[in-house]
Design a protein around this ligand. Structure first.
Ligand code: N01
Length: 554
């Protein structure tokens, strides 16, 4: 190779990371430990990812603070103290700022810079990454930390451009907030976001009208301030708690439930549900009975308990009935955690409109027309969700070998190996990519970061230039992702527009796009793959002029 050729092919960086949320920051820290020349590109002007963008009223975690956090550094665990059981978005952002400053991460992050394309160059074995500012960077590896739920979905309602008031998407809420005081506000969407926003917006607005298509099973989060003694104890036990989370199917450090719901008397069942309700949030799902996601009758007993709570809380029986989910299992959509959600419907200034029977037809200059009725608003809020799991990735023009587009590869549904890599896209790793677990994400993310860091480190030590999923391993993983869900109730009720299956996005392939085979099992599978010399991955060395595929892959 001539010197000039070498200059052309030499990468500028070892690693480009896309996104500065949980995934991007943890990956940058790990990359530095490995001595990789790395840079993060982040579209926002600050760190935080999801927590940077989602500033809507009421935004807060649905998982408890002490396991919804970084664990990669003991210093962070020791030095950061949470104020609430479920921290609000401003506290989450302060946490991200603290971590970024504590590890001096910002110097390797380009803020306000969106990656628009990434193309694998067969000749050099490098990726060329292009930013919206026109910067071109050549890098050996690309790791995406884009988030499962980061590409906003705004349904194609006709007439939006004619609306004379203000409108906002919850996931792109203005940095300085939105003035809702004394306004007539309409909100579309009652998923986890709408459920958090509705009670808070109702407190500010003159009147709030909620457009609900599918009611959700909302269990109160039971938020409260953290107690000083409990903080000391949780910090001391952090790594024990982390291990418990890693051993749990949804990566939460929860105790098992009380066996099958049918295994106890009706009175005992009621007592356990009351206990779960008082514990709050996801604990109701995971610490009451162990078969709620696999047994229809058990699931229905939990669903009916929640409906009884709705009837108890909401004064108007007709509204209570409209808010009561039916026709799909509890857990068939990701269950939101509530903060006085059902209580909000007892306010004088809130109206619930059922748009399952009378769908939204259009946005008019004055408001929203649903069925034959027009509702007038000063402000419309869209809490209409995300093009989940794949949307942020296919939003970038990613091309692998032979210029093949990732978007085309995933036309009929995403295809990955372990959610981490895709055949035809060497040296590209996707943290929390399609086919990886949907569970408590910081724990899953840090396991992905550990695995990717080790894989890159292994490759560099062994003189391996490209790591790429084999077609066979990918086929097998894609099949497993679909198989493991078949024994559960998680995607039942096809009428439900769940993002789990892409069914919330018109025209998107309807396939399960996350791993529901247990986060704990997934971690064990990934560890096993690494232990077996990266089974299912082709490891190739260009210098040796040969395909040094791992023996296990062949
Ligand atoms: O989005 P969603 P989200 N006409 O897709 C409705 C995570 N999250 O942003 O159910 C009328 O759940 C749609 O109706 P339907 C969490 O994982 C986490 O709320 O399709 N309505 C639904 O009500 C969550 O699962 C946290 O019938 C329309 C809503 O819009 C995920 O993000 C907080 C419509 C969309 O609900 C997504 O939650 C918030 C139409 N044409 C979110 N189109 C925390 O952990 C859509 N809808 C703190």
């Amino acid at each position: 190779m001539s010197v000039s050729q070498q200059q052309v092919t030499e990468p500028d960086l070892d690693l480009v990371i896309i996104g500065a949320g949980f995934a991007g920051l943890a990956m940058l820290n790990r990359a530095r430990e490995l001595g990789l020349r790395s840079r993060v590109y982040e579209a926002g002007d600050g760190v935080g990812g999801t927590w940077y963008w989602n500033r809507y009223p009421g935004a807060r975690t649905d998982s408890e603070c002490y396991y919804y956090c970084f664990s990669f550094s003991e210093e962070i665990v020791r030095e950061w103290t949470w104020s609430e059981r479920y921290p609000g978005q401003p506290e989450m952002l302060r946490y991200f700022d603290f971590v970024a400053d504590r590890f001096d991460l910002r110097r390797d992050i380009r803020f306000g810079t969106r990656i628009i394309s990434a193309a694998f160059d067969e000749a050099s074995g490098n990726w060329e990454v292009v930013t919206d500012g026109g910067e071109r960077v050549r890098t050996s590896y690309v790791v995406t930390g884009l988030g499962l739920l980061s590409a906003p979905h705004l349904p194609d309602f006709p007439g939006l451009e004619s609306f004379e008031g203000d409108w906002y998407m919850t996931s792109r809420w203005p940095q300085d907030g939105a003035d809702l005081v004394g306004k007539r506000v309409g909100i579309i969407g009652t998923g986890a976001t709408g459920v958090q926003a509705i009670p808070l917006i109702a407190q500010e607005a003159a009147h709030l009208t909620v457009f609900q298509r599918t009611p959700n099973y909302v269990v109160p989060a039971q938020n409260r301030p953290m107690e000083p003694d409990e903080i000391v104890e949780l910090k001391a036990k952090h790594y024990e708690i982390l291990q418990k989370a890693r051993d749990h199917s949804f990566a939460m450090p929860f105790n098992p439930g009380h066996g099958p719901a049918s295994g106890v008397s009706p009175e005992e069942r009621q007592r356990i549900y009351e206990e779960g309700w008082a514990s709050g949030g996801f604990r109701f799902l995971f610490e009451t009975f162990d078969d709620l996601l696999v047994d229809s009758e058990s699931n229905e007993s939990a669903a009916e308990f929640i409906r009884s709570k709705i009837r108890e809380t909401v004064h108007d029986p007709e509204i209570a009935d409209l808010l009561s989910p039916r026709g799909y299992p509890y857990g068939g959509k990701r269950p939101p955690a509530g903060h006085d959600y059902y209580e909000a419907y007892n306010r004088e200034n809130i109206t619930l409109v059922d748009v399952s029977s009378a769908p939204i037809q259009e946005i008019t200059p004055g408001g929203i027309r649903a069925g034959d009725t027009e509702y007038e608003f000063d402000v419309i809020v869209f809490a209409t969700g995300f093009d989940a799991v794949t949307g942020a990735l296919t939003g970038i023009d990613i091309r692998g070998r032979d210029g093949f587009e990732l978007k085309r590869k995933w036309e009929d549904g995403p295809r990955t190996y372990l959610g981490l890599t895709a055949h035809g896209f060497p040296n590209l790793f996707t943290i929390s990519g399609p086919g990886s677990p949907f569970a408590n994400l910081p724990v899953c993310i840090e396991k992905n970061v550990e695995w990717i860091g080790n894989a890159i480190d292994h490759a560099r030590r062994e003189g391996i230039d490209t790591i790429e999923a084999t077609r066979e391993a990918e086929d097998d993983w894609v099949a497993q992702v679909q198989d493991v869900v078949s024994g559960t109730l998680l995607t039942q009720g096809e009428a439900v527009h769940s993002w789990f299956t892409g069914a919330n996005i018109p025209g998107k392939a309807h396939v399960v796009n996350v791993w529901f085979g247990g986060a704990n099992n997934y971690f064990a599978i990934c560890d096993g793959v690494a232990e077996k010399g990266y089974e299912g991955l082709a490891l190739s060395s260009r210098d040796r002029g040969q395909e040094a595929e791992s023996a296990a892959a062949s």
